[in-house]
Design a protein around this ligand. Structure first.
Ligand code: NAD
Length: 331
């Protein structure tokens, strides 16, 4: 039995606690960039998302799944939000990835999905920055200071020579997370108003659970790239629809962008046509030019797809096997 493959009578388990030692921001970036490209080539596709209030423990439970015909990643991420978990010493957001052998349908691996979710979400906005932000971007604006924001900032910082981070948050008491993360990256941090954030930033990441627009069109200057990462549900909203209308809009998956992503509002109001929203994978594959001028505002609507989860989970499994640290269980 080869050390780096899975026997047909066993599954591999990669527990949550092992993920940090296996998958980093670079590995996540590579996996997510490749899967976005595969989606645009129609080699990979996502199945419809299920998300339900289950009427127990106030939980929201669901699953995201898909298949990558080229990389043969098949499986699902399941989990959701349990608001009472904090009192039990557990994370409120819970997720686990199950991978299957695409040739036989046998289960192949069970992978902790909590850290992977943060890494794959940060990787998505970083991919958008690589392909869409102006090369001379110097100021990074962070709108949001929750759990995901630190991952977002770290992944973004690897894509451009940022000299400064500016930030705003609805709950100002959370701003130290942004200051600490910027310090870890060796970047100065300034807490600013939303107007000032728009005026100073070359790249803006929005990562909040807001249901109302925070960033207004008039705040944003020409040439800015915005990665809208918080809106992943019907009704959520982070930016003014006029900003989406003004920008050249890119997304992970158009169907999600117009229904539950940031573009749902501008498209719903007739300010943006669905046909004008471009898959980021088309830019990665060279089939779309991406940014067409230094003055253009580009906006990435990162809605979060199951294939991102499968891609980083596959990476975790292959690294665990490669390093001989995979737990194999007869199954
Ligand atoms: P968190 O609970 O740790 O932080 C929430 C953030 O939203 C904080 O900055 C908070 O101040 C802000 N916020 C809360 N209420 C607000 C309001 N009424 N108006 C404006 N801001 C408000 O959450 P997190 O884990 O950092 O996740 C942030 C968002 O990202 C969530 O909405 C989550 O669903 C979303 N998310 C998206 C993806 C994706 O793939 N696109 C993946 C994971 C999480």
């Amino acid at each position: 039995m080869a050390r780096d493959s899975v026997d047909s009578h066993e599954i591999v388990i990669v527990p949550e606690a092992e993920i940090a030692g296996l998958v980093d921001a670079n590995a996540s970036f590579e996996a997510v960039e490749a899967i976005f490209a595969a989606m645009a080539r129609r080699d990979a596709y996502n199945f419809p998302v299920i998300r339900e209030a289950i009427g127990h423990a106030e939980a929201l439970y669901g699953f995201k799944s898909g298949f990558d015909r080229a990389g043969l990643a098949l499986g699902l991420k399941s989990g959701g939000y349990w608001p009472g978990n904090m009192e039990r010493g557990l994370t409120n957001h819970q997720s686990t990835v199950v991978l299957f052998d695409a040739d036989t349908g046998r289960p192949k691996a069970l992978v902790g999905g909590n850290l992977l979710t943060a890494l794959r979400t940060a990787a998505a906005s970083a991919v958008s920055i690589k392909h869409l932000a102006r090369k001379d971007s110097r100021v990074l604006g962070m709108l949001g200071a929750g759990h995901q924001s630190a991952f977002q900032m770290r992944a973004a910082a690897a894509q451009r020579d940022f000299e400064k981070v500016v930030g705003w948050n609805y709950h100002p008491e959370m701003l130290p997370r942004l200051a600490d993360t910027a310090a870890e990256l060796g970047l100065p941090f300034e807490a600013v108003s939303l107007e000032e954030l728009g005026a100073q930033s070359d790249v803006i990441i929005t990562i909040t659970s807001s249901f109302e627009p925070q960033l207004m069109d008039s705040f944003v200057t020409a040439g800015t790239h915005i990665a809208c990462m918080g809106t992943d549900t019907i009704g959520k909203q982070e930016v003014e629809p006029a900003l989406v209308a003004r920008a050249r809009v890119f997304t992970d998956e158009v169907a999600q962008s117009v229904t539950l992503g940031e573009a749902q509002h501008a498209v719903g109001a007739g300010l943006k046509a669905e046909a004008d929203i471009v898959e980021i994978g088309a830019v990665i594959n060279g089939d779309d030019p991406g940014r067409t001028s230094e003055q253009e505002v580009t906006l990435f609507d990162g809605t979060g797809v199951g294939l991102q989860d499968l891609a980083v989970a596959e990476k975790a499994v292959s690294l665990a096997l490669e390093r001989g640290v995979a737990t194999r269980v007869p199954f």
